[in-house]
Design a protein around this ligand. Structure first.
Ligand code: ADP
Length: 448
């Protein structure tokens, strides 16, 4: 009985022990599975975090660094590399972590044959075809190609372990390969977006630089032109004055001895001198708009119009022009430039009249919170809308000097003055009925 009891007890103990042991393994299995699940979840969370951060990366360099850091953290690896296969530059290491000592060899590890489509690959020591990678001293490594939408390989991500590290880090197992590939695909998508962005940015920067250079060049040539216009017109003034006075003297003194033909020639010469004189005067005015320091003062446009009427008194009388004046603004501007601007517009309004129709001109204006404006309308010949821009360019005239006298500089002076006051000038017109010229200038200018 005793023996039986002992054997039974022994049997029961063994059974119990086996059960406990089995329980422990089951529990251990459960713990392991739980740990794996936790690791997987953690990996998943990190991948999500990576996705949102990578999208915010401001440039390619910070994106690649971020990517490598995440690879190392997500897969618990001591080193990783982000290598791009650029069509022009060849292999370029965009970022690396823990591989600084192999810097020279890094850019040569890529060979198209080591990647298979867009599949990730785990390499173990001894495998042939991957010598360049294993030469980095790695016991095992994982490589994942970065492909574009057409599955063309654009680069790769590589991570690996050295032999002694396998004790501290988890060996690279097949099951992480899928997550790794998912990450690489995400990295590839972002890389493409950034590459396109970068190309766009470069294109924009290039175009901006070119535009800036052109603007600078234009500014320089404008300055040269202005200088040229100023110097020539200034230097031509004195000899022209001489010619004018001697021709007039000649005409006065010898008029009686001239025959009909000579008198006609003399009229041509005098006409030419007169035109040349106007041209030089206008050219000088044109080049002075931006040359001279122009101070700002309180300008009452009523005063300006009065001065203009006084200056154009002969013309007004000769053409029987009527000038009506409405409400006009008071604002800060350069007084003499405003007189010049108004005078050029009003003299055109009188000059370009219709045959047999006395010029009727209306000047009025107003202001809003930001700008002042005024307009000069006439009942003259009008202007075709095609010439909207052209008539404000220097020397652009729509008629010959025989039809209407002029130099083609008046409106370009107006444009310069308006622009110097940070404003603008334009017109609306109905050919055969009349035109209205508008000027708009910001209120409260601080300087020009
Ligand atoms: P100019 O008066 O010396 O010819 P402008 O630069 O002042 O030169 O004007 C350029 C051209 O614009 C003129 O030759 C004319 O054809 C047209 N123009 C300007 N103002 C008027 C207007 N009020 N009515 C019709 N045409 C105009």
């Amino acid at each position: 009985m005793k023996k039986l009891q002992y054997e039974e007890l022994e049997e029961m103990t063994r059974d119990l022990q086996a059960r406990v042991e089995k329980g422990i393994t089951v529990e251990q299995d459960l713990i392991n599975t739980q740990n794996e699940l936790d690791a997987e979840l953690n990996r998943f969370r990190l991948m999500q975090k990576y996705s949102s951060e990578a999208l915010k990366a401001p440039d390619l360099a910070s994106f690649c660094e971020l990517t490598v850091e995440y690879f190392v953290e997500i897969f618990n690896l001591p080193r990783a590399l982000f290598l791009e296969l650029d069509e022009e530059a060849g292999q370029v290491v965009l970022a690396q972590f823990g591989l600084a000592e192999y810097e020279d060899q890094l850019a040569r590890i890529f060979d198209k044959s080591i990647v298979d489509g867009n599949k990730s690959k785990i390499i173990r020591k001894g495998e042939t075809g991957y010598e360049a990678i294993l030469k980095l001293g790695l016991e095992e490594a994982i490589i994942c190609p970065i492909c574009d939408q057409e599955e063309n390989c654009k680069g790769l991500v590589l991570a690996g372990l050295k032999k002694k590290e396998i004790v501290f880090y988890d060996s690279i197992e097949e099951k992480i390969a899928d997550s790794f590939a998912l990450m690489t695909q995400k990295a590839g998508d972002h890389l493409q977006i950034l590459r396109v962005n970068e190309r766009l940015k470069k294109g924009i920067a290039h175009a901006t630089k070119e535009l800036e250079e052109q603007a600078e060049e234009l500014k320089r040539s404008n300055q040269d032109l202005e200088q040229f216009a100023y110097v020539t017109s200034h230097d031509l003034k004195a000899p022209l004055r001489n010619i004018a006075s001697f021709v007039q003297l000649l005409n006065r003194k010898y008029q009686d001895q001239f025959d009909e033909e000579a008198r006609e020639y003399m009229q041509f010469v005098l006409g030419g001198v007169h035109r040349l004189n106007n041209l030089i005067k206008d050219l000088l005015q044109y080049s002075r708009v931006n040359r001279l320091d122009a101070g700002l003062e309180h300008v009452d446009l009523h005063d300006v119009v009065e001065v203009v009427k006084h200056n154009l008194a002969d013309m007004i009388k000769h053409q029987s022009a009527e000038i009506q004046i409405g409400r006009l603004p008071l604002f800060r501007a350069n007084y003499s430039q405003m007189v010049q601007l108004m005078q050029n517009i009003v003299s055109n309004a009188i000059k370009f009249n219709r045959a047999g129709v006395a010029p009727l001109i209306r000047i009025e204006g107003g202001e809003n919170a930001r700008e002042i404006y005024f307009s000069v309308s006439d009942n003259g010949i009008g202007i075709d809308a095609r010439h909207k821009e052209a008539i404000f360019s220097i020397f652009q005239r729509l008629h010959s000097a025989d039809e209407y006298e002029g130099t083609g500089i008046g409106l370009s002076i107006c444009k310069r003055i308006a622009e110097r006051h940070k404003g603008k000038i334009w017109f609306e017109s109905t050919p055969g009925e009349g035109s209205t010229f508008f000027v708009q200038i910001p209120r409260n200018l601080k300087r020009i």
